[in-house]
Design a binder for this molecule. Structure first.
Ligand SMILES: [Cu+2]
Length: 122
């Protein structure tokens, strides 16, 4: 009886531990973006849409033009959401890196970068 109980408790514990990594790994990551990472655009985008695997709220977003310095973007969306729209300043031709940092619902930090080029040359 006691051994049977111990086996059941052990099995339940093993199952709980097996499920744990799934929960830990469930934090938000970038699924897609508009403009897409690595894309070249003829017309300068006025905004970037970031779509994550889980809800996040953005803490910090910077935009850096090749040869320039990174500037923090103002007026970030305040909401906790999977899809977030970040307004961009008026952009000229060039290569850009947008770096984002946010916190997902599970309180984990999510950060990454998105590169795009604005060029009207064929
Ligand atoms: Cu997480």
């Amino acid at each position: 009886m006691n051994i049977r109980k111990a086996v059941l408790v052990g099995a339940a514990l093993a199952l709980a531990l097996a499920l744990l990594p799934v929960a830990v790994m469930a934090h938000a990551h970038l699924e897609s973006a508009v403009p897409a990472n690595g894309s070249t655009l003829k017309a300068a985008p006025t905004q970037v849409v970031l779509r994550f695997s889980d809800s996040i709220s953005l803490v910090d977003v910077t935009l850096e033009k090749a040869g320039g310095k990174a500037e923090a973007l103002k007026d970030l969306p305040k909401e906790l959401a999977r899809s977030l729209v970040v307004a961009l300043p008026r952009l000229g031709e060039g290569q850009y890196v947008l770096r984002y940092r946010g916190v997902s619902e599970d309180t984990h930090e999510t950060k990454g970068a998105l590169r795009f080029t604005v060029s009207d040359k064929p």
